[in-house]
Design a protein around this ligand. Structure first.
Ligand code: ARG
Length: 461
């Protein structure tokens, strides 16, 4: 196969080092199906506008279908587009020399990147939906599981695990919206933009758009080959997901260290030396991967911001980075879903921790607001002073009773206090039940979106 089909302008082949350095063949393997589909759509369109006879187009499409990914991987071309054209010319001769009519690698690569990313975004949507459902399952079961929320890494208020999981249900649902938003931005066809400034050939862009399952066109030909904003949108959605997962990993690492939660043995690691160790390595790895995905956004926006309009070769790295980071994010979501599903709660350890902590102080203060005529700031000061002086819980309660002249506060167990919380969105069990049923209804919208769009993507690739 001649390797130099594009190099008529030059007097030499690429040096071996330059070829290897420039080649995108390895990452292009990821885009194999998308590239073949894009080729087929273009050939069908060229037939439609009279560049190919029906028979010629059929021969090309058959030849395209017969090319294997393995052939691509073992080839020594600069990229998949060059490989396929050279391969077709080798197989079919002159007729294949028309396939690049009205097309550039610039609109081609933008097209396959969008197609691939649509596919991967649906995979991340699927993983995130499953994660939300695992969180909802836990939220349903863990209403009785008391824990202490913290601010500034110090004990703050008593809550329950259900409320904690539901907090992540809500932020994950916003992430689902972000993925869908990014999906819509990917879902526009750049094919037919040509190199950057359009073409004399009467390309039927609507036709290829339909064939490739895009919902619209990215119209302006310069915009179409240049922009990678859809990649930033995708990485932004994934960054938000990874920030959440990393935060959850931090929480779980703390609670497992406190022995309030116990990570399943199948997710724990040990020490080669210290016999007692049970380490949360999967959570630590999620944190590290979060940084990798976040830096992907940084790297891509950095590269993009230094580029002039039009295709520039730096975009080859952008294409590779988004695929790699999306895969990292999907693996991390799946891993965290499994951790959440199996992590165990230790009631005794949690109650001991609550007893040791001062995290009911706020509830007590608010109880006093509601049951005395004393203004909040005065109560805040009085309760703070008592907590400063005393550490024994019974003594604290007795002192508060006498100081504020209120009946015995002994009945104010954390569980009762939770059920007294009145504000919307609090961990009061009645609020938990309301939020659970509301969120279960809401997830259906995302499931429907996934099913509908999976079908479109599957039909194309
Ligand atoms: N291998 C390139 C990439 O992955 C394809 C586009 C090359 N286009 C060009 N005009 N050099 O981005």
């Amino acid at each position: 196969m001649s390797k130099d089909i594009y190099r008529s302008r030059l007097s030499k082949s690429l040096s071996e080092r330059a070829r290897k350095y420039l080649s995108s063949i390895k990452e292009d393997a990821e885009f194999f199906n998308e590239e073949i589909q894009t080729q087929i759509a273009h050939v069908a369109m060229l037939q439609r506008i009279g560049i190919f006879e029906k028979e010629e187009a059929k021969r090309i499409v058959d030849a395209l279908m017969a090319i294997s990914k393995e052939e691509l991987i073992s080839s020594t071309f600069e990229d998949i587009h060059e490989f396929i054209e050279a391969k077709l010319i080798e197989k079919l001769g002159e007729v294949a020399m028309k396939i690049q009519t009205g097309r550039s690698r610039n609109d081609q690569v933008a097209t396959i990147t969008r197609l691939k990313l649509k596919n991967l975004l649906l995979k991340s949507l699927e993983a995130e939906i499953k994660f939300v459902k695992d969180l909802l399952d836990r939220a349903e079961k863990d209403i009785e599981c008391l824990i202490i929320y913290r601010t500034h890494r110090r004990d703050a208020q008593v809550a329950n695990l259900s409320h904690y999981w539901l907090a992540f249900v809500d932020s994950s649902m916003r992430n689902l919206e972000r993925i869908i938003e990014a999906y819509h931005r990917c879902d526009l066809s750049p094919l037919g933009a040509s190199a950057c400034g359009g073409s004399l050939i009467p390309l039927d862009r609507e036709f290829t758009k339909e064939m490739l399952g895009f919902s619209g066109l990215i119209e302006n030909s310069l915009d179409a080959v240049t922009t990678r904003d859809f990649i930033l949108d995708s990485l932004h959605a994934l960054t938000c997901i990874m920030v959440d997962l990393s935060r959850m990993a931090e929480d779980l690492i703390y609670w497992t260290d406190m022995k309030i939660l116990d990570i399943d043995d199948s997710h724990a690691s040990t020490s080669s030396l210290m016999p007692h160790k049970k380490n949360p390595d999967v959570l630590e790895m999620i944190k590290a991967r979060a940084k990798e995905v976040i830096s992907g956004y940084g790297t891509v926006s950095n590269i993009l911001s230094s580029l002039p309009s039009g295709y520039n070769r730096e975009l080859q790295r952008v294409k590779a980075i988004v695929i790699e980071k999306t895969k990292l994010a999907i693996e991390s979501i799946e891993m965290m879903a499994e951790v959440v599903h199996l992590i165990k709660y230790d009631k005794n350890k949690a109650e001991e921790a609550i007893l040791r902590s001062e995290s009911i102080a706020t509830d007590i203060a608010e109880y006093l607001v509601l049951n005395t005529k004393i203004p909040f700031r005065e109560i805040h000061k009085g309760v703070a002073n008592i907590f400063r002086e005393l550490s024994n819980k019974k003594e604290i309660m007795d002192r508060i009773s006498s100081y504020f002249k209120i009946e015995s506060l002994e009945k104010l167990e954390p569980k009762l206090l939770l059920s007294l919380r009145k504000s919307l969105g609090s961990p009061n069990p009645s609020e938990i039940k309301r939020m659970l049923s509301d969120r279960k209804d809401k997830i259906v919208y995302f499931e429907d979106f996934l099913e509908k769009h999976k079908k479109v993507v599957k039909e194309v690739t």
